[in-house]
Design a protein around this ligand. Structure first.
Ligand code: G4P
Length: 284
């Protein structure tokens, strides 16, 4: 399968981020907890070198809790601070604040050694499209926090949201572009809906999803799409599994034939809306 992104737009975004990143101490990077690695652009490591790093594994309400723990350990081992999050709930924000403060401690200590006192730590949210950056900024900064005005030395137009006396957040997130290092990365991004469906082959995508579900969550397809007369056999070839889904969900075209594309769309929609439960389609 071939995937495309928007190179012109992304080049501009990268340049903007290179500028913004100079102004900050802490990079708050959002990833999708269902595909924590495929939803990152590893270039952020180069862009954000010498900065404190926090990874928020967002949409963890949709991801497998056990897998999320494995991923959190994976990132922590590499030196990132990590929080599993559902950005739409206020509940997770307390934990973010605690970890941001922990990450800031290092910075404040470094400042102190250099004789700099009371300079707030500045943070910036980054991530690929649709991981929940705006949702996070809204819930985290909320209405309670006043925006600080432009200050000398800060690029004109930059707005900082003061979170508390120690931390300020840049109000616009940095947009990273997904990186299709291999086909599987593009595939996983497509499955969670991070790539426009119009440019995808949904039939092919559904066959890949069948393979992934069989591997990581044996039994879920059978549990959802079997009927008494026609129990679904997960051991069959993916295309055969799709056929069974079409049969059991009565995906029929006008000519009274089985409609595989309808079944493929149904499968992908049900996956994206969490009908299979909390699922992570990538492992450390
Ligand atoms: P972005 O700025 O990174 O592009 O992402 P944005 O905040 O716009 O969020 C993209 C979508 O993801 C939104 O859904 C948002 O509600 C949803 N979202 C954000 N955080 C979470 C989370 O932790 N869990 C879940 N399940 N969803 C999350 P949308 O369909 O575009 O809009 P709507 O459904 O909110 O109307």
């Amino acid at each position: 399968m071939q995937f495309q992104w928007y190179p012109g737009h992304m080049t501009k975004a990268k340049r903007q981020m290179q500028e913004d990143i100079k102004l900050i101490d802490l990079v708050i990077e959002l990833v999708d907890a269902r595909i924590p690695l495929s939803s990152r652009n590893p270039d952020i490591d180069e862009l954000g070198k010498n900065k404190s790093r926090l990874i928020l594994m967002n949409k963890s309400d949709l991801a497998d809790d056990v897998a999320s723990k494995e991923w959190a350990a994976f990132f922590k081992e590499k030196g990132y601070f990590v929080v599993e999050l559902d950005a739409r709930s206020k509940a997770g924000m307390k934990q973010v604040t605690a970890v941001v403060m922990e990450a800031c401690k290092e910075k404040i200590e470094r400042d102190r050694k250099r004789g700099i006192k009371n300079r707030p730590v500045r943070a910036m949210v980054v991530g690929i499209p649709n991981v929940g950056k705006s949702t996070f900024i809204n819930s985290y900064a909320g209405k309670a926090c006043a925006k600080t005005g432009n200050k000398p030395g800060v690029t004109k137009g930059k707005q900082w949201i003061r979170l508390n006396k120690n931390v300020e957040l840049l109000d616009t997130p940095g947009i990273l572009w997904p990186k299709f290092e291999d086909q599987m990365v593009g595939l996983r991004l497509a499955l969670i809906g991070a790539i426009k469906d119009e440019i995808l082959n949904i039939d092919e995508l559904s066959l890949e999803l069948i393979k992934i579900l069989k591997e990581y969550y044996p039994g879920v397809l059978a549990a959802r799409y079997s009927t008494e007369e026609n129990p679904l056999s997960e051991d069959a070839e993916p295309v055969e599994v799709l056929k069974q889904i079409a049969e059991n969900r009565k995906c029929i075209s006008r000519g009274n034939e089985l409609d595989y594309s309808k079944a493929a769309t149904l499968l992908i929609d049900e996956f994206r809306s969490g009908k299979f439960g909390k699922i992570t389609i990538e492992r450390p």
